[in-house]
Write a protein that binds this ligand. Sequence first.
Ligand SMILES: O=C(O)CCC(=O)C(=O)O
Length: 205
Amino acid sequence: MALVQPGLFDVPPALPDGFRYQPEAVTPEEEQALLARFAGLAFKAFEFHGFLGKRRVVSFGLRYDFNGGGLGRAEPVPDFLRPLRERAAAFADLPAEALEHVMVSQYPPGAGIGWHKDRPDFDKVIGISLAAPGIFRLRRRRDGGFDRASLTVEPRSAYLIDGPARREWEHSIPPVEAERYSVTFRTLAPPPSRPKRSREPGPGP
Ligand SMILES: O=C(O)CCC(=O)C(=O)O
């Protein structure tokens, strides 16, 4: 068997400051229980200025309407998602109640999400990946191009986007090969940050 030796200069680019990743943040049993509950959720195609994306989403606590409605109230966070919210909050060193927005996303094979920064209405972002891996790409514009980084977000892992990773870097996920779910928890930004605009996710592939 041929061994592929990484070259001296093949060091993957470092992940941006403010990005944190933790594998196995939930157990396989918890993952199975969550996936079973997701089957009963009222997912709707992600809508962006009248266009429908391939990924399907359902929000709790707060929702963001990209068709002009902005931030609004959603159904309360269901009991079955509360232990996961506690886990996500502990990972980010936050109180659970600070994670006011919860969004469950379903990515059928071939669905992804385009380059974007999350809305400035939100501050910290925590994502839990379930069922299948995704490639989480990050990029930041610089003179003449982009700084880039990427990692595989494995099923049952958690990531945090905060600090420069949140403010300066965009992220995207190319089309997934197998059905993937993510649960995204967001804190609200302090009020003065909310009116600013950022690049928005678009319907995605
Ligand atoms: O599915 C994910 O982990 C990423 C979700 C995301 O970037 C978003 O909803 O803005």
